[in-house]
Design a protein around this ligand. Structure first.
Ligand code: SF4
Length: 544
């Protein structure tokens, strides 16, 4: 057994105003991380008084035959000030389809009424045959694509959620996950709230509804000061659109412009696809309000904190043609491959990506190592979700329908396989076996992220910790489990270097990396509140 590095092993075989509650109890447990940019103290009467300024597919993961992958849970999109806004929203959501394939919804407003359509399935499936201008009229639209997140995948959990509040209609689309929603929900139900969904997002609606502040904006800020966790939100009221990113900026949110219309989206790729100009990222803790006349107002109602955006967006979740907080996702992934090649070289003939997410890192690895890059695995683009599943005995062929070894390339060769992550490990095992069946002489696995040993509670569907391979085994044991000749992960500092940092600041990490480090940047209040669904006893799958 030869140890190549820290993460590398060879296997033998394979209330007087909202401002008054500014110092709320939502401060994250980042005790080593000073709030260097703490908000100024002082008399405030509402969010507008706090630094208020005005200025004018991926398909379903192909290898995921048994839940052995991480899923981004949502994508959000909003547009205001555009004729036929729904068409732009549908196109934008289609560009965000990789962030959620189980359900989609769009809500519009035509100046008098709100309209909403939702369905289970892809954007084209739900909206492809619909006369969108007829069904969803108006110059303002927001939408949401969803992978089943907190509360399951029933139709009543599909967003945007909508409620008629005292202040008027209110719709909300949420990317992320609240970590104290169960606790808050329990308190709200005790006070008489009647929930219609099992989604954590509905908690925000109830908090807005029950807030005592007079304006919708103040109520909204009041509600957000009570929640912990990750949220990038796009909301609509009769006055206009509100976009907001949580104080740590865990999940992304960007702003763009198309003609006179303002656009918000989870990723820049959605702006590209609709032909919008990228304006900027919404800053962590920033709330942007856009009126129907195009007026844009910025608010910073939360205590400022050092941002902790999700580093896994760069590794896997975001589309490679997106730019995330000023960094090209594709370029970062290539850089991860470069770091990996420096940290974990191997004697081999070819570098082979696991398609599609391993491709940029494999290109970087190949360029750094000087080894040829080859497509040793070919992905079929014609396998849909509804394809007839084989019997258990033919399960392995199910994998081959989606991906197949390029035998002519790999036979007799020593292969370096590059993948983005290892979750349960069963998929990696199948890929390694496929390479060996195709005649590969050696299979060296290299992973473009550190070992994923912890679950995510911020909007990414992760198996419980006991199912994560890295939580049960060290790298040496994992190498044996997947039957690779060697296995290596990029180091956490290598990952940080790839995103442009000099390394991880252990006193104040620049990103959320909790699924690797176990250091969660917020309280995880609901971790001990497992009875969430006791509060809603009609299972979501019994609701049409
Ligand atoms: Fe991203 Fe991992 Fe943090 Fe979740 S725990 S937000 S996947 S870095």
């Amino acid at each position: 057994m030869k140890v190549l590095g820290a993460n590398v092993f060879l296997a033998t075989q394979g209330k007087s105003g909202v401002g008054a509650v500014q110092e709320s109890s939502t401060a994250p447990c980042i005790s080593n991380c000073p709030d260097a940019k703490a908000a100024p103290s002082g008399k405030t009467t509402g969010p507008g008084d706090l630094n208020d300024q005005n200025d004018s597919s991926r398909d379903c993961t192909p290898w995921d035959t048994d839940g052995d992958t991480l899923h981004e849970e949502c994508g959000v999109f909003g547009v205001i000030g555009a004729k036929g806004a729904v068409n732009i929203a549908a196109l934008g959501l289609h560009a965000l389809q990789h962030r959620g394939q189980e359900a989609v919804g769009i809500t519009t407003y035509d100046g008098e009424e709100f309209y909403s359509q939702k369905g289970l399935g892809h954007v084209t499936h739900v909206f492809g045959e619909m006369d969108l201008d007829e069904v969803l009229p108006g110059q303002m639209a927001s939408g949401h694509v969803r992978y089943s997140t907190t509360g399951g995948s029933g139709l009543r959990n599909v967003q945007p959620l909508f409620a008629d509040l005292e202040t008027g209609g209110f719709s909300i689309a949420h990317n992320g996950n609240l970590t104290n929603a169960t606790k808050l929900r329990r308190e709200l139900v005790r006070d008489g709230a009647i929930f219609q969904s099992t989604s954590d997002t509905e908690v925000i609606i109830h908090l807005v509804a029950t807030s005592r502040y007079p304006t919708l904006l103040d109520r909204f800020v009041d509600a957000l000061r009570m929640v912990d966790g990750a949220y990038s939100l796009i909301c609509m009221t009769k006055e206009g659109m509100i976009a907001c990113r949580d104080p740590l900026g865990v999940r992304p949110l960007v702003m763009g412009r198309i003609g006179d219309a303002t656009v918000f989206a989870s990723e820049t790729v959605a702006l590209d696809v609709i032909g919008a100009e990228f304006i900027r990222s919404i800053e962590p803790g920033e709330l942007v309000e856009v009126g129907h006349d195009g007026t844009v107002s910025r608010h910073r109602p939360f205590t400022r904190m050092s941002p902790r955006p999700c580093i896994f967006e760069h590794v896997y979740f975001s589309r490679p043609d997106s730019v995330m907080d000023g960094r090209s996702v594709y370029a970062v992934r290539k850089e991860i491959g470069v770091e990996l090649a420096k940290e974990a070289p191997a004697e081999a003939d070819l570098v082979v990506p696991v398609p599609d997410s391993g491709v940029p890192a494999a290109i970087g690895y190949a360029q750094q190592s000087g080894l040829p890059f080859e497509l040793g695995i070919i992905r079929s683009h014609y396998v849909g979700r509804t394809f007839i599943q084989p019997s258990d005995g033919a399960r392995h062929s199910g994998v081959k329908r989606k991906h197949n070894a390029n035998r002519a390339i790999v036979k007799g060769k020593r292969i370096i396989l590059i993948d983005d992550s290892i979750v349960r490990g069963t998929t990696s095992l199948k890929i390694v076996e496929m390479m060996r069946d195709a005649g590969a002489a050696e299979v060296h696995m290299r992973i473009a992220s550190p070992p994923t040993g912890h679950s995510c509670f911020y909007g990414v569907d992760t198996p419980e910790r006991s199912k994560l391979l890295a939580a049960k085994m060290d790298v040496e044991e994992m190498a044996r489990f997947i039957k690779a000749d060697s296995l290596a992960f990029v180091s956490i500092d290598g990952l940080y270097r790839a995103v442009g940092e000099s390394g991880r600041d252990s006193n104040c990490p620049q990103f959320c990396d909790a699924c690797f480090s176990g250091e969660y940047p917020t309280e995880l209040t609901d971790l001990n509140e497992r009875e969430a669904h006791d509060l809603l006893t009609l299972p979501v799958n019994r609701v049409a």
